[in-house]
Design a protein around this ligand. Sequence first.
Ligand SMILES: [Zn+2]
Length: 100
Amino acid sequence: MGGVEGNPRQAGALGTASRDIREIDSCEAEGLCERNLQTMPNPKRRHSQKRTSTRRAHDALKSHSLSECPNCHEKKMPHRACAKCGYYKGREVLDVEEAS
Ligand SMILES: [Zn+2]
C-alpha cells in the first residue's frame, strides 16, 4: 500500500524514468492502480459469535492439582519437595529453615 505510493515519488526524486511516472499517472486516472494493489490475505467473513465462544470454551485456566505432604500434611505440588518442611520421599532435601 505505502510502497506502491512511494515508488513514483522515489523515481521522481532520482530524476530517472519520466516515462514510468507518466504511466503511473494515466493508470491512476483510469483507476487501475487500485485493482493491481497487492494486499495481505484477509478473512473473507467475520466469525460468528458462536464460533468465537465455542473456541473460548477451552480457554479457562485450571487450578493446580495438589497432593498432601506425608511429613507435615501441608498441600504441595506432586513430584516436588514440600515448600514448608523441605521433605521429599521421606528425607529432607531442602534447608527451609535457613532459607526463611
Ligand atoms: Zn511438608
